[in-house]
Every structure is written in structure tokens, then in C-alpha cells.
Design a binder for this molecule. Structure first.
Ligand SMILES: NC(=O)c1ccc[n+]([C@@H]2O[C@H](COP(=O)([O-])OP(=O)(O)OC[C@H]3O[C@@H](n4cnc5c(N)ncnc54)[C@H](OP(=O)(O)O)[C@@H]3O)[C@@H](O)[C@H]2O)c1
Length: 252
């Protein structure tokens, strides 16, 4: 199969890195010349990656086209391009809906997908909407495909994907606190990374337990975890988290 990426930025780089770590059988990957630095780097690193002279060229050559441009650029350029009627279009664009994409591309075979940067190490959930068996199988080789038929429901997942930076910030606060208490920076960062990794892996390993049960099981009455949770709840830490999710949701 020959695939093309319209927009060679952060997410395209991650997906391509993941593809070459996977068992996916891809004949050629065509990328657009922008961003120049990233496209040059990718074509140098991977023999199967070719930089096309323009966006139309890559669409003409590809069986599947991935839209990895920002919404603003999408609104500007998609209507000027000619897509093939039978071409599968996979859009990563956050805020152009299916109806808009169909109108711009004058095609029907469009799937919206939410990959996340760690797809580059073949990790993480990939939301696919609407359901599509081929696309599901493709992304299952790069992470965990989760199909959502209703486009409205998929908007909720765009919202929760905003918690990457807050998650890392929580790690940073933890590590910085250790450093302030006199722990060596490297030791503090290594410890924090290991702690949060183990917590995530353990929650997956214990997938028979609901998240509510996991919260309950990880504290002893009167213990330090129970105290931390109670104090954070009292200070409305989790109410604020909900409010922030609601406010991000309004963008979609
Ligand atoms: N990053 C993520 O984790 C993530 C996850 C899921 C979905 N998405 C979605 O994926 C899309 C891309 O995100 P990103 O983070 O990869 O953004 P990005 O790094 O800014 O990449 C966008 C790319 O589009 C290029 N571009 C600009 N104008 C173009 C044109 N006329 N023709 C072709 N390419 C053009 C840019 O090149 P220049 O640098 O030369 O302008 C840039 O390389 C967005 O819609 C975003 O919502 C991103």
C-alpha cells in the first residue's frame, strides 16, 4: 500500500516513526514538503519516505491520504485539492467535522482518527470514527484502536487528550518537590518517571478492577494516600479538573 501525509509536522513524524517500528507492510510513504526540515529529516532516515513536489502530487500517488494539517490550513487548502473518489482519507484534524471534510474533498470515504504522539513508540489509544475495519487494523499495529461510531462521542476524546501536558506537569511538580527537599535532580526525575509508569502499567494489569476500585484499593484508611486524596478533594482539585475538561470541550 502507498500512503501519503498532507502536512509533515509533529503528528506525522510520530505516526511514521511508529510505522517503521511496526510490522505494517507499506510500499511507499509520500509526504508534503512542508515542514521542510521535518520532511528532509524523515526522508533521510527512512528510504521508503519520498518528499512530493506539492500536495496534489502526493494525493495522486497515494491509496490512503492522511490529513495532518492544522484546521486553519485545512480550511484554506482542502477545497483546492482533487481527491480520488475511491481514496480513503484519514483525518487527524481536530476541528473540521465529517460533513466539512466531505464537502471540501468531494469524497465519502473519510475516517476521523485521533492519534497521540506516543504512537511513535507504538503506544496509546487511537480513536477511530466512524468504524472502519481496515483503519482499525492499521492502527492496532501502532497502538490500541478504539472505534467510536458517533462523531459527537469522539469529541469527548479530543477533550481528554488535552491532559498530556497537565499529566507531565504533575510529574514535574512531584520531581521538583523532591529536588527542593535535597534529592539529586537525576534521582528525582528517574524516580518520578518510574513511579508514574508503574502506576499506569499496574492500572492496566488490574483491568478487572474499575478505576473506582483502584482508587479505593490504593489507600489504607488513615494512611498517607487517603490523606492526600481527601485534602485534594477538599481543595476542589478534581472539581477544577472537571471544569477544565468542560471548558476544553467547548472548542470542539
Ligand atoms: N500533535 C498531536 O499530538 C496531534 C494529535 C492528534 C491530532 N492532531 C492534529 O493533527 C494536525 C497536525 O498537528 P501537528 O501537531 O502535527 O501540527 P504541526 O506540527 O504544526 O504540523 C502541521 C504541518 O502542516 C504544514 N503545513 C502548513 N501549511 C501547509 C500546506 N499548505 N500544505 C501542506 N502542509 C502545510 C506545516 O508546515 P510549516 O511548519 O512549514 O508551516 C506543518 O509541518 C492538527 O489538526 C492537530 O489537531 C495533532
Amino acid at each position: 500500500m502507498k500512503i501519503g501525509f498532507l502536512g509533515t509536522g509533529h503528528i506525522t513524524s510520530s505516526v511514521i516513526e511508529g510505522i517503521f517500528k511496526s510490522k505494517l507492510k507499506i510500499k511507499k510513504i509520500y509526504i508534503s514538503p512542508r515542514n521542510r526540515l521535518i520532511s528532509k529529516k524523515l526522508s533521510k532516515k527512512f528510504k521508503k519516505v519520498d518528499i512530493c513536489k506539492n500536495n496534489q502530487h502526493l494525493i495522486d500517488k497515494s491509496n490512503w491520504v492522511f490529513l495532518a494539517i492544522t484546521p486553519t490550513v485545512g480550511h484554506q487548502i482542502l477545497k483546492k485539492l482533487r481527491f480520488k473518489k475511491n481514496q480513503k482519507i484519514i483525518s487527524f484534524i481536530s476541528t473540521i467535522n465529517l460533513a466539512g471534510l466531505k464537502k471540501y474533498t468531494k469524497t465519502k470515504n473519510i475516517i476521523r482518527v485521533i492519534p497521540l504522539p506516543f504512537i511513535g513508540i507504538k503506544k496509546g489509544p487511537v480513536i477511530i470514527s466512524p468504524k472502519d475495519k481496515q483503519v482499525k487494523n492499521f492502527f492496532n499495529m501502532l497502538g490500541k484502536s478504539i472505534e467510536v461510531n458517533d462523531e459527537k462521542i469522539s469529541k469527548n476524546f479530543w477533550t481528554t487528550s488535552s491532559f498530556m501536558a497537565p499529566f507531565y506537569n504533575m510529574m514535574m511538580v512531584t520531581s521538583n518537590w523532591l529536588i527542593q527537599k535535597g534529592v539529586n535532580k537525576k534521582v528525582a526525575e528517574d524516580y518520578t518517571r518510574e513511579l508514574f509508569l508503574a502506576l499506569s502499567e499496574d492500572s492496566k494489569f488490574k483491568n478487572k478492577l474499575s478505576l473506582k476500585q483502584l482508587v479505593r484499593e490504593s489507600q489504607t484508611p488513615g494512611g498517607i494516600n487517603a490523606q492526600a486524596l481527601t485534602e485534594l478533594k477538599k481543595k476542589k482539585f478534581y472539581k477544577i479538573q472537571q471544569k477544565v475538561l468542560n471548558s476544553i470541550f467547548k472548542r470542539f
